[in-house]
Design a protein around this ligand. Structure first.
Ligand SMILES: *Cc1c(COP(=O)(O)O)cnc(C)c1O
Length: 368
């Protein structure tokens, strides 16, 4: 009984990443100190099909700067889904604005457009679409609502690298998009993030903000024109990113393979998994099961069975409004009802068939 531990995520690292990092640490200094950063930004932007990208130290930082550049400030409101990780909501509060949590759809676990529209007030300054676990928000509906009310839709695509709608990448459809390269994400730089946009003026504002407020054309040295931020990615991390982005199609294909293997083996059970709608492609960052309502299922018992067999299980996101720093919104019935019936399954790129079988066996006996 000494089965290998099954981690819920692990990065996929090859000789290419190691070679680039070695080159960066040996030679990436002096006039070459931004070389990998610029290469990574250009390659990432090209992959996503957008003209502008700015590498950051985290997705949280990218969101903070992007929302600051949109002018979001004290007293403003930003609408987002109650089902989310805190990193999407925290930057709203850094600006003194208020996150407004609305309910999610039962199939995508993402923003319910009808609830978004009902939550709009004169103080609403943005709609934050987070593509949860790779699942796409209903961007057609959200962009339409945004256009009708004159409110920008912004995208947190940290979990949706590889997801797209009619060929448009998640993160490239709204006013701006952000990504995370934390060690658990599809593409990693250890820690890191990216801001992308098609809007040149917004790009230039974020570029200035990301350089401690120093404008690109400012001739005077050490002369910030406004108060900015310091959320830069290092050249060493960008070297890892350059290798990962060269391998991005392969990384996404591996995540999709893992998801399909689970879906096939769990197809006969009373549960749903991440959807992939018509005209959509899902990057399947995190395979998730949601057991049908009314079916007997003890999430804690399944997690305990996983632990005993050295498998990492991950609980579905709690509604953010349930956390101590926010005001409860139990009227968000879908968001409040999901966690007890749901679980994320291990999904790193190199997860083998035998390991998938081991996870599936536990899921099957928990639901039978
Ligand atoms: C991981 C994640 C973040 C946070 O990313 P960091 O790079 O750790 O700041 C933000 N939003 C979502 C949806 C995430 O999954």
């Amino acid at each position: 009984m000494s089965a290998d531990r099954i981690h819920y995520t692990l990065p996929s690292i090859t000789e290419l990443e190691i070679r680039y990092v070695e080159d960066a640490i040996r030679h990436g200094w002096g006039e070459r100190c931004y070389e990998y950063i610029q290469r990574f930004e250009a390659a990432f932007a090209k992959h996503l099909g957008v003209p502008y990208a700015i590498a950051t130290s985290s997705c949280t930082g990218a969101l903070h700067m992007g929302m600051a550049a949109l002018g979001i400030a004290a007293g403003d409101e930003v609408i987002l889904a109650d089902t989310n990780w805190i990193a999407s909501a925290a930057p709203i509060t850094y600006l003194g604005a208020k996150p407004v949590f609305v309910d999610v759809l039962p199939d995508s676990w993402c923003l319910d457009p009808a609830r978004v529209e009902a939550a709009i007030t004169p103080a609403t300054k943005a709609i934050l679409a987070v593509h949860l676990y790779g699942n796409l928000c209903n961007m057609d509906a959200l962009l339409d609502i945004g256009a009708r009310h004159g409110i920008p839709v912004i995208e947190d695509a940290a979990e949706a690298l590889g997801s797209s709608l009619r060929g448009a990448a998640a993160g490239a459809m709204g006013a701006f998009g952000t990504f995370s390269f934390h060690g658990t994400k599809t593409l990693t730089t250890g820690e890191g993030g990216m801001f992308i946009t098609q809007d040149r003026a917004l790009y230039e504002r974020v570029l200035t903000l990301s350089n401690h407020g120093r404008a690109a054309g400012q001739a005077r040295q050490f002369w910030p024109d406004l108060l900015g931020f310091k959320y830069k990615m290092s050249n060493l991390q960008a070297a890892v990113g350059c290798a990962q982005v060269e391998r991005l199609d392969e990384l996404i294909a591996a995540k999709r393979r893992v998801f399909m293997a689970y879906r096939e083996r769990l197809a006969d059970l009373p549960l749903t998994m991440n959807p992939e709608g018509a005209e959509q492609r899902n990057g399947f960052w995190m395979p998730t099961i949601v057991v049908d309502e009314g079916v007997r299922f003890d999430r804690e018992a399944l997690l305990a069975a996983f632990r005993a067999d050295r498998i990492d299980g991950r609980v579905f996101f709690w509604p953010l409004s349930q956390l101590p720093m926010f005001t409860p919104r139990p009227e968000n019935r879908v968001a409040y009802g999901l966690p007890a019936r749901a679980l994320n399954l291990p999904s790193y790129h190199d997860l083998g068939e035998a390991q998938i079988e081991r996870v599936v066996a536990h899921v099957r006996s928990a639901i039978r």
